[in-house]
Design a protein around this ligand. Structure first.
Ligand code: F55
Length: 827
């Protein structure tokens, strides 16, 4: 037990004072107290924002006591903690999650009803923190949810961007980006600690000095900023555990300001402040691409340096022997964005703590592990050495030394094989630091995020490293949290499952297997069908209110939601839609015989990614033509609600019948949306890519629509020589679809608008859209057929749910714990 502060005589002064009473009356009292004393308003004078804040504060009040108690117990223990380093956390709304985790959902609903407050209105008030781009950021959010639920000590470290992922609007069908000022009305979930700010330095030079006969190096930085921690609670699911997410915000360094003030230049001082605050100002809206921008490197070093120092100086006991750091911390690198932490820890150990290089390197190697999320060469980060040397000169020296010693070891093993040395050097021939190489050399383990991806990573991207470091490479297949993506997003399905098999599945998702027999139970299937219909109505209401869009009751819902990227092949989906449209208007099929389908897209494009933006424009253009053409008789509808985000995903996924996972084989590292759809009873039409491979193996071929080339077939076609135009000639449907797009049929006759897309496909087609078209259309025809047999479709859908329990992020966390982290729960 932690002793009371000196002089404390009151018994309550020892630890957290405890939560308010978990009853409706207790909740009401606390709610009104918060409204009055924190917001400074009465209920009758309150705004919806006041009422939302008071509700969030009340939920918070119940969680805080557990949080503080957990922090106290962790610090009194000597447990190893997982320090998850991620530049992105795509959290989604917090209110419902925190209500569910604390077991207060029913009490809160009743309490607010007694106060005459509409809880739905308050839910809608919450702005989701969009502090991530897509899969990578959402994965981090799922992982910290699972760690808290499994009582594993964890601090999530990241950046509190003032502007998260941009808000997308459409103007004449084209994407327009608006700033996401998610903090405009404040956030009730954060606990700022300006008093605990850290100084983070940049620039300057290095020097050697004599330290009692030993020559040492040190960094003499030129400028610095303050990193202010903001803490967020990460509650486990009804287990009394609350972990911490600590996001850093940049602020001007006052000492630095003052010197400028003294020189009398007020305007310069204010400019300097703005400069400092720029570091955490905005999330880079890149996904699966890397831009070597200086501000981005500043962001990376800023949060990683603050996080490592926080763990060593604040979380660990004073005077902790850092040779034992691996017993207390594992720093998990979420892709290469935090890899600058490797030379930073070396700098702390060698320059500041005066540890021998070899000892420091041994500690560092045990403290880091690296997760790779891509195979695309354009997404592998590299930092030009002049930029790195200007911003972090000491770190560059340390990287050089790491590389020297590594290459020496390679020479010892393989002899002076210069080609191999060049291929494995952390510094590329054109003078840039290859961050994935640095992470691989430094990490105790390197993992890919699905079986196929991990295999390709070892065999195709880093084979020399796999040979040099046997046992370092491993796979951990991604997962998603069933609390948010089943229980909260799909309460109807959750009730059905719990009624059938109890509620153990929420923390042990493999138990969904027990649902298998219900696939053959006609009553259960009917209830399942009603659940889907109810979710479609709920989505319809959302889209109507949000965007004025309408969904027909009797349509199959065919969904493709994910970032817009050529490798994900939204174009292939469009070619299918154009083909279905063309079959009707050309008279090949009767509109009345076409099964009704609504295609739903959700996708943001990186603002600088021209082709992706053009494809967005084309989706909207095809949608307006198809939706308004009377010959279609409403059988096909294309909906593209703007600003796809976590909140919208939670509405769309539970309503989907068909999940589109159609990337070129070998390109999608894993996918996690694919898992969310299967768990919500959608059938997948997909390629053998990423985690689709594992989904299909688990749910069975009969319950999955496979199409397209496999990864080895893709390789073979490249090797033979791929000429996309040949495919357009061979398949008349494909030729017509491309002609329609290229001729201006979707751009009011102006062929120039979408011709670049068509010529790109015909002449380049890096992602082999045309090569997989024929097979995709055939798969979609099978989908149409299958959907007419409602009982069989629902049986497959139930089996998808029952057999997807593997894809819980709790299982992913188990795998990381057993194979990489070797941590234990805090009992
Ligand atoms: C963000 C910034 C940069 Cl500079 C590069 C990549 C990203 C990014 O967001 N990547 C990303 O989301 N990758 C995805 O990670 C998911 C989780 O592992 C995978 O499921 C998905 O396949 C992969 O594309």
């Amino acid at each position: 037990p932690v002793p009371a502060p000196a002089g404390a005589t009151h018994p309550l002064a020892i630890g957290p004072v405890g939560a308010p009473e978990a009853t409706v009356d207790g909740f009401v009292a606390q709610y009104l107290r918060n409204l009055n004393f924190d917001r400074g308003v009465t209920l009758s004078a309150s705004t919806a924002n006041d009422r939302f804040y008071a509700l969030a504060y009340t939920v918070r009040d119940y969680l805080v006591a557990r949080w503080l108690e957990g922090v106290r117990r962790y610090r009194a223990s000597d447990r190893k903690a997982v320090c998850y380093l991620s530049a992105e956390y795509l959290l989604g709304r917090q209110l419902d999650n925190n209500l569910l985790a604390s077991g207060l959902s029913d009490i809160a609903a009743e309490a607010l009803a007694q106060c005459g407050v509409d809880i739905e209105e308050l839910r809608a008030q919450e702005v989701e923190p969009g502090l991530g781009n897509g899969g990578l950021g959402r994965l981090a959010a799922c992982f910290i949810d699972s760690l808290a639920t499994m009582s594993v000590p964890n601090v999530g470290y990241g950046i509190r961007y003032e502007y998260g992922i941009f808000r997308q609007t459409f103007e004449d069908g084209r994407q327009v980006e608006q700033p996401d000022s998610w903090l405009e009305l404040g956030s009730p979930w954060e606990f700022p600690h300006p008093e605990a700010a850290q100084t983070i330095s940049f620039g300057g030079s290095t020097e050697k000095y004599d330290d009692g006969g030993v020559t040492r190096s040190r960094w003499v930085p030129a400028w610095s900023v303050q990193a202010v921690p903001y803490n967020y609670m990460v509650p486990g699911y009804q287990n009394g555990r609350v972990n911490t997410l600590r996001l850093w915000s940049s602020r001007a360094n006052h000492a630095f300001d003052l010197s400028v003030f003294n020189a009398g230049d007020y305007v310069e001082a204010v400019r300097a402040q703005t400069f400092a605050e720029n570091i955490s100002k905005v999330l880079y809206p890149e996904d699966s691409t890397a831009q070597g921008k200086e501000l981005r490197l500043q962001q990376q070093y800023f949060f990683v340096a603050a996080s490592i120092r926080d763990f060593i100086d604040v979380v660990l006991p004073e005077d902790f022997d850092l040779t034992r750091l691996p017993e207390r911390a594992i720093f998990q690198l979420n892709d290469t964005h935090p890899v600058i932490g490797v030379p930073e820890l070396m700098r702390i150990l060698v320059d500041e703590k005066k540890m021998e290089w070899d000892a420091a390197w041994a500690v560092t190697q045990q403290c880091f592990a690296y997760t790779c999320h891509t195979l695309l060469p354009e997404a592998l980060e590299v930092w030009p050495i002049d930029l790195l040397g200007r911003l972090l000169p000491r770190h560059l020296e340390i990287i050089y030394r790491i590389n020297e010693e590594f290459l020496l070891a390679v020479r010892e093993r393989f002899g002076d094989d210069e080609a191999r040395i060049r291929d494995m050097s952390i510094i590329s021939p054109d003078g840039a630091v290859r961050m994935a190489f640095l992470a691989t050399v430094a990490g105790s383990k390197v993992n890919g995020v699905a079986e196929l991806h991990s295999q390709l990573l070892r065999e195709k991207v880093l084979p020399a490293f796999d040979e040099f470091f046997p046992g370092k490479f491993t796979n951990v297949t991604n997962g998603v949290t069933p609390r948010r993506f089943v229980r909260l997003a799909n309460p109807e399905l959750s009730a059905l499952i719990t009624e059938a098999i109890g509620d153990g599945w929420l923390t042990d998702l493999e138990r969904l297997r027990e649902l298998e027999p219900f696939a053959d139970d006609a009553d259960f299937r009917t209830a399942f069908g009603e659940m889907k219909a109810a979710n479609k109505r709920r989505l319809a209401a959302t889209l109507q209110a949000r965007d004025g869009l309408t969904i027909a009751d009797d349509h199959m819902l065919d969904v493709m939601v994910k970032r817009l990227h050529e490798y994900k092949r939204q174009m292939l989906k469009l070619l299918h839609i154009v083909t279905a449209y063309d079959r009707i208007v050309s008279g090949e099929v009767e509109a009345s015989s076409v099964p009704g389908r609504t295609f739903v897209f959700g996708a943001k494009a990186a603002p600088g990614y021209d082709m992706a933006k053009r494809i967005i424009h084309l989706i909207n253009a095809v949608g307006s033509v198809v939706n308004d053409d009377p010959r279609v008789e409403g059988r096909l509808k294309v909906l593209f609600p703007p600003n796809y985000n976590v909140t919208l995903a939670e509405r769309i996924i539970p309503a989907a019948d068909l999940s589109e996972q159609i990337s070129l084989a070998g390109k999608e590292a894993s996918g996690t949306g694919n898992m969310k759809f299967a768990l919500n009873g959608a059938l997948t039409v997909g390629t053998d890519d990423g985690a689709n491979v594992e989904i299909r193996e688990l749910v069975g071929d009969d319950n999955f629509f496979l199409f397209g080339m496999s990864e080895p077939e893709v390789e073979a076609l490249w090797a033979r020589g791929y000429t996309p135009a040949e495919f357009a000639e061979k398949d008349a449907g494909l030729g017509r679809a491309l002609d329609l797009i290229g001729s201006g049929a979707f751009s009011g006759g102006d062929a120039s608008v979408f011709a670049p897309i068509v010529s790109n496909l015909m002449n380049d087609d890096r992602f082999m859209v045309l090569a997989d078209y024929t097979s995709y259309i055939a798969a979609q025809d099978r989908v149409d057929d299958a959907y007419t047999d409602t009982a069989a479709w629902q049986r497959s859908a139930v089996l998808n749910v029952a057999r997807s329990g593997f894809f819980s992020s709790d299982r992913s966390m188990r795998d990381y714990i057993d194979r990489i982290w070797h941590t234990e729960p805090l009992g």
